[in-house]
Design a protein around this ligand. Structure first.
Ligand code: PLP
Length: 471
């Protein structure tokens, strides 16, 4: 499979090249040149299959010949052996026809582990084969950083620099990033927001000399390999609920649009999905964009679901690319308008297509807390605040179409956000055993200003991909 940029001005790459590149040099995102399709018979065969077997069927069409099946399968097995649940991503029922897809049984208790555990292994293998070192710089609203650090710590081939917004992530999230004692891991508290961190990252990727000097790679959800890994659980959960004979809907708590984009691609591959529902907290750019057709950035406010405190939803560009009939020039125009004026209007035909496939809703802070309390009361099941945003929005959609099973994606373990859980229910959600001593571990991080130059010199001084002569 070859990969092209949504902005049409970057060379075509193989899967492994796109994996190592992250963002395209023209500022676009890599997408497969054509979407693979799985036959209905293949989908029927997913019922009752182990997660890793389904993963192999879904992901293999995206790989290139340098990664044969007999090497890929053990990588999948190792990646998902790090999960504490045998089913990897089990379903829990919380109401008539309403289910939570538990994506949080990985090492850092958020759904980011599903993709990152595989990404770390794929990158390590690709770099070793090339005898290369890479520098990974990630911007995180909390969970990506922890998942990347967990997936890459101690690797010889890679140095990891994670920028997180200082003071805007939960204590558990911060400690998961700052207490890992590995020389190749660098946690940076940026004096700014997540969007500031992401903007710095995007400028680094567009700076070709810096990019080459550092051997820069990205692990943000802009990395296409992450999206592919996230498609798998749409297939496994639909199979449990009677797919492909019966359609299923999904409600996805959304920030950077990576998780729900995987649902869009699963549908393009042939999975019968009724609706994909975008659920946002009060940072509701996506819900507004679907309602009004205008994608308009406003200020970010801090909520109890911080991993969704995002305004610029990078992966939305991949959906737009499809919706405008893969017209890269049109995407360049829309993105230039976003850069210059912080907004663009979705072309009417594209908006219509998007609305056929997606609907959207937002949950306020009070509604989120109310949902945590309600689900606890009705089922003795504790939702984390991100999952609660999804469940709240899912209930409204289920009311409109009660016959179609609704799956709300459970993106984090409640113990990751204990303050929100306690405020809503009075309960303390204990950390699983492997993290029980998290608050006794020693923290290590640097606070840096929201300044591209300051971050660049910090990284250059520490990255092993930069030779001494270059320093
Ligand atoms: C990252 C994250 C999200 C948002 O996912 P996107 O792919 O950015 O839309 C939602 N919930 C949790 C817990 C997350 O970590």
């Amino acid at each position: 499979m070859a990969y092209i940029s949504t902005r049409g001005e970057a060379p075509k790459l193989s899967f492994t090249e796109a994996l190592l590149a992250g963002l395209a040099p023209d500022g676009g995102l890599y997408v497969p040149e054509a979407m693979p399709h799985l036959a209905a018979e293949t989908l029927r065969g997913f019922a009752g299959k182990p997660y890793v077997d389904v993963a192999q069927s879904v992901i293999s069409p995206y790989l290139d010949a340098t990664l044969p099946a007999d090497e890929f399968k053990p990588m999948l097995e190792a990646a998902y052996a790090s999960f504490r649940h045998k089913a990897v991503t089990p379903l829990a029922q919380i109401d008539d026809n309403l289910f939570v897809l538990e994506l949080f049984h990985g090492p850092t208790l958020a759904f980011k582990d599903v993709a990152m555990q595989l990404l770390g292994r794929l990158m390590d293998r690709a770099l070793k084969a090339r005898g290369k070192r890479a520098t990974i710089i990630g911007a995180t609203s909390g969970d990506t950083g922890a998942a990347a650090i967990e997936a890459f710590r101690g690797l010889d081939q890679v140095d990891v620099f994670i920028l997180y917004p200082h003071g805007r992530v939960s204590d558990v999230q911060r400690r998961q990033m700052t207490t890992v004692a590995a020389d190749n891991i660098h946690a940076i508290a940026l004096e700014g927001t997540f969007d500031d961190a992401q903007a710095i990252l995007k400028r680094f990727f567009r700076n070709q000399p810096l990019r080459e000097e550092l051997g820069l790679s990205g692990v943000n959800s802009i990395n296409f390999a992450r999206v592919v890994a996230q498609m798998v659980y749409y297939f496994t959960s639909a199979a449990v609920l009677g797919g492909p004979l019966r359609k299923v809907s999904f409600t996805v708590p959304t920030g950077n649009f990576g998780d729900i984009l995987a649902g869009h691609m699963a549908r393009q591959m042939g999975l019968p999905i009724e609706k994909l529902v975008v659920a946002t907290n009060s940072n509701d750019i996506l819900a507004r964009a679907l309602a009004t057709g205008r994608y308009e950035v406003r200020g970010v406010h801090a909520t109890q679901s911080p991993s969704m405190d995002i305004q610029v939803s990078s992966n939305f560009e991949r959906l737009l690319f499809d919706a405008v009939g893969r017209d890269a020039a049109e995407i360049r125009g829309l993105m230039a308008s976003l850069d210059q004026s912080g907004a663009f209007d979705i072309p009417p035909a594209a908006l219509e297509k998007i609305r056929e496939e997606f609907s959207a809703g937002a949950a306020s802070e009070a509604e989120t807390a109310g949902e945590i309390a309600r689900t606890w009361r009705e089922c003795e099941y504790i939702l984390d605040p991100h999952t609660a945003v999804a469940v709240h929005v899912a209930r409204k959609n289920l009311a409109r179409d009660p016959a179609t099973p609704m799956v709300a994606l459970g993106t984090a373990h409640p113990a990751k956000f204990p303050d929100a859980v306690r405020a809503a229910t009075g309960l303390s959600a204990p950390l699983p055993a492997h993290l029980a001593d998290l608050f006794e571990r020693k923290e290590r991080f640097d606070v840096l200003p929201n300044d591209e130059q300051a971050i660049a010199s910090f990284v250059r001084a520490r990255a092993r991909a930069v030779t001494l002569a270059q320093k």
